[in-house]
Design a binder for this molecule. Structure first.
Ligand SMILES: C[S@@+](CC[C@H](N)C(=O)[O-])C[C@H]1O[C@@H](n2cnc3c(N)ncnc32)[C@H](O)[C@@H]1O
Length: 797
């Protein structure tokens, strides 16, 4: 540890609790904004930090991380290169400016500063703005546990790459457990915790140093958690004057996550080294850096909120009742919007596009059938074609009860046919009813927008329809052979390898023994695999899939064997053992016609896919994904026509970015909304009639609107934060922040379902479809954990 430069020492910390929250934080703001160097420090993080340091040295002590300890973390940022970094406890923004700047230099995306005191948060926001970091730093006001749970529920953060803990000492452990339980801290995350030796945080050190067995034994013993034990009383009561008795998260964490940790010595900004050691630590230390060790992680199934924190409104009956009530409350607004939209469209009708009028004169209109219009993707394509082509657009979808397909009420559709739902394993009723529609309507072009369970069935319909309707029939749907090659996870991985494209190490396994052969050493002398894997069921099973996302091998061969054997892997229940790639996830949507990519878009994936933001088509990452799509499309050849979407995991950046395809979906993706009402896109679909080629790839024109679903955002960004506030868990700051985001989406983004000239599907979706679903769930007692507003899918719990 190098010597401390005394000329830089802060004023000493005053005894008692009056060394903060006594007005000095606002005084600091005045100091900064009346500083003679104000103009020269604008936009300069280092300049702003220097003036904060000057205040700390010449005026009053500030509880900042300071230059010396700060360097440990900035070095760590340069090493870890976090995409998302979170700090717990922002105070006046010193660490936030220092680390936010370092994250930006390391090409990171977001730095979240979680601060409970709204006055301090305002100081942070003001200084961050002065430092020119507002584009990367987000200040979140509220108690850390409530903010973490809320931001996770709203899909704002899905993973924390680096977390700096510097807030209320007893909350270090409880907040860490909460992040583990929510799957935000996983293998690959790094934690950096301040003040764990002085003033000391024994419960936190004990937790990050415990083995799986120790944690499990503690959980089973029913021993009461004592998060304040060993922490100085003055620190346990540090914020009592303003916040009274502290309520901490009671999350259970993820005991299977084991950390590797190291302590790093340094100095307080006052120059005080860490000497008083409440722990039996051999040396004075300050920051502990801890990273979960790979091969030990069990990623728990995601939950909307941790059980121990769950307020009443997440429970089945109140949840459904409240949503029905909310929908009733929204009725006057949505009805006003519907009426106003109809009137405006009546007065100013949507002009027919030039291509629509021109084509109308020359050839008789054809019949285009779109299946899957209850989902946004089908509806968007139907609207696009009705707007820009002269053809008759008809639609079909499974409709078990009235109003289960909001898209059928779209004015872009001339006729709607209800299809029979598959009867358990038997898909004959669906196939027959769709074939009947194709024949009866003498369909010229069928655009299939099947859901995940309909991919194989739609391919079967294609073969039968081609036989029945002859060569004049065309379809945007892959053949059965192609669907099998792409849809089944293991077959797709083999295809990727055969095409010499990069692929994660993957193995189809039909028995536990096969799985274990890849994971465990065969003899005592042999080393086991160094890679970590995920074991996914090869069929479609959302529940199983979520529950089985466990990183393997586990800590010991015995645990690994026990886990794998529980899954009952067999010939009839095969699994794919796939290498775990720790990277950001992206998804793509493409339209391929006769082996040629005609339409392409890529965007970052978010867990519920409720927000869509297109990547610039010119970016190296989008180009690389397009290149991959083209290779797969060309391999398919002349007979390869359909929608094609991929999920990729991505490591690195710029030209050196590495792509790992993890799944292929031979069907349309909701990202198709990003094309808006593009005429080029409609033209590309018409190539499905067998015309032209070599026209190039249609991409969204940039800048392009981002998309959201107002129903999802109203609940996630407004209703939940408000209810949490009423339950005494949230804060006004978090409600305000949710509102800000909501208003931003309302003004600058577009709703995926609403459009002025075709507003009825939007009204039906929120005023009829969803209330009917909630009512059904109440009456039938069907539990659900999540909803997807764009696909109308209910995820059963
Ligand atoms: C030591 S200061 C943080 C210093 C800051 N990291 C820096 O180095 O510039 C601790 C901060 O944590 C905040 N805090 C305490 N408990 C909190 C909680 N439960 N959630 C969010 N912030 C909290 C306090 O208001 C205080 O501003």
């Amino acid at each position: 540890m190098a010597a401390f430069d005394q000329s830089k020492a802060y004023a000493p910390q005053e005894e008692g609790t009056n060394f903060f929250d006594d007005g000095r934080e606002i005084e600091l703001l005045h100091f900064v904004y009346s500083h003679p160097k104000l103009e020269s420090i604008r936009g300069s993080p280092q300049g702003v930090l220097a003036v904060i340091d000057e205040y700390g040295r010449t005026k009053k002590y500030l509880m900042n991380v300071g230059e010396d300890k700060g360097r440990i973390v900035t070095d760590l940022i340069a090493e870890v290169k976090p995409k998302t970094m979170v700090e717990l406890g922002g105070y006046v923004g010193y660490s936030c400016i220092l680390f936010g700047d370092a994250v930006r230099k390391a090409n990171g995306q977001r730095y979240y500063s979680l601060e409970r005191n709204p006055e301090f948060a305002a100081v942070i926001a003001s200084l961050v703005d002065l430092a020119g970091l507002s584009d990367i730093v987000k200040v979140v006001v509220g108690s850390s546990d409530a903010s973490i749970a809320r931001l996770h529920a709203a899909d704002v953060f899905e993973h924390i790459d680096l977390m700096f803990l510097d807030h209320y000492k007893p909350a270090y452990t409880t907040d860490l457990k909460l992040c583990e339980e929510l799957g935000l801290i996983t293998v690959g995350s790094v934690l950096s915790a301040d003040n764990v030796i002085k003033p000391g945080n024994p419960p936190y050190l004990e937790y990050v140093r415990s083995s799986v067995q120790e944690k499990k034994a503690k959980a089973h013993s029913g021993e009461m958690e004592t998060h304040g034990q060993g922490i100085l009383e003055k620190n346990v009561k540090q914020y009592a004057k303003r916040y009274g008795e502290e309520k901490l998260s009671e999350s259970k964490g993820n005991p299977n996550l084991v950390y590797e940790s190291r302590l790093v010595e340094s100095f307080e900004p006052t120059g005080v080294p860490h000497m008083s050691l409440p722990l039996h630590s051999p040396k004075p230390h300050s920051i502990i850096v801890a990273a979960p060790r790979p091969s030990r992680l069990i990623t728990l199934p995601r939950m909307s909120s941790p059980t121990s924190l769950t307020p009443f409104f997440y429970n089945h009956v109140p949840k459904n009742l409240l949503l029905i009530l909310f929908s009733i409350l929204c009725l006057p607004f949505s009805t006003f919007l519907l009426t106003a939209s109809i009137l405006i469209s009546y007065i100013y009708p949507q002009p027919a596009s030039a291509s629509k009028s021109a084509q109308h004169g020359t050839a008789p209109p054809k019949t285009v059938l779109i299946t899957g219009v209850s989902m946004t993707k089908g509806l968007v394509i139907a609207r696009l074609l009705s707007l820009h082509t002269p053809h008759r657009i008809i639609a079909a979808d499974i409709e078990t009860t009235p109003f289960t397909s909001p898209g059928r009420y779209s004015c872009s559709i001339s006729t709607f046919h209800a299809l029979d739902a598959p009867d358990g394993e038997d898909s004959e009723p669906y196939i027959d009813s769709l074939l009947t529609v194709l024949r009866k309507e003498n369909v010229d072009l069928w655009i299939s927008c099947s859901s995940v369970v309909g991919a194989v069935e739609d391919a079967q319909v294609l073969r039968l329809a081609q036989q029945a309707l002859g060569p004049s029939f065309h379809a945007i749907q892959f053949s059965l052979d192609h669907v099998r090659e792409l849809h089944e996870k293991d077959a797709f991985m083999s295809l990727v390898r055969d095409l010499h494209l990069p692929a994660p190490d993957s193995h189809r396994c039909e028995s536990s023994a096969e799985v274990l052969a890849h994971l465990l050493p065969r003899s005592s002398g042999e080393k086991g695999t160094r890679k970590t894997f995920i074991l996914k069921p090869i069929g479609v099973d959302d529940c199983a899939r979520a529950a089985m996302m466990t990183l393997l091998p586990l800590q010991s061969p015995g645990e690994t064997r026990a886990h794998v054997e529980r899954l009952a892997v067999s010939k009839h229940n095969p699994f794919l053992l796939q290498q775990f790639i720790d990277g950001a996830e992206y998804c793509t949507h493409a339209l391929v016609i006769r082996g040629e990519v005609r339409v392409f878009v890529a965007c970052p994936s978010s867990e519920l896919l409720m927000h869509y933001k297109a990547l610039s088509p010119a970016s190296p990452l989008a180009q690389k994904m397009l290149g991959f799509t083209k290779v797969v499309a060309e391999h398919g050849g002349e007979g390869f026509t359909g929608h094609l979407s991929f999920d990729f995991l991505v490591r690195g950046g710029g030209e050196d970015v590495e792509l790992y395809p993890i799944e292929c979906n031979p069907r349309a993706h909701t990202a198709v909304v990003l094309f808006g009402e593009s005429k080029e896109m409609a033209d590309a679909y018409l190539d499905g009639f067998g015309r032209g080629s070599g026209k190039g790839v249609v991409v969204p024109s940039m800048p392009c609107h981002s998309y959201y679903w107002v129903g999802h955002d109203l609940i996630a960004l407004i209703v939940i934060p408000l209810l949490e506030l009423l339950c005494g868990r949230g804060s006004l700051g978090t409600v305000w922040e949710g509102m800000e985001r909501f208003v931003h989406h309302l003004i600058y983004w577009r709703d995926g379902t609403y459009t002025l000239w075709d507003p009825l599907p939007f009204w039906i979706l929120y005023q009829v479809y969803w209330p009917a679903q909630f009512f059904r769930c109440l009456v039938k007692g069907c539990g659900w954990s999540r909803l997807n507003v764009s696909t109308t899918k209910v995820f059963q719990s």
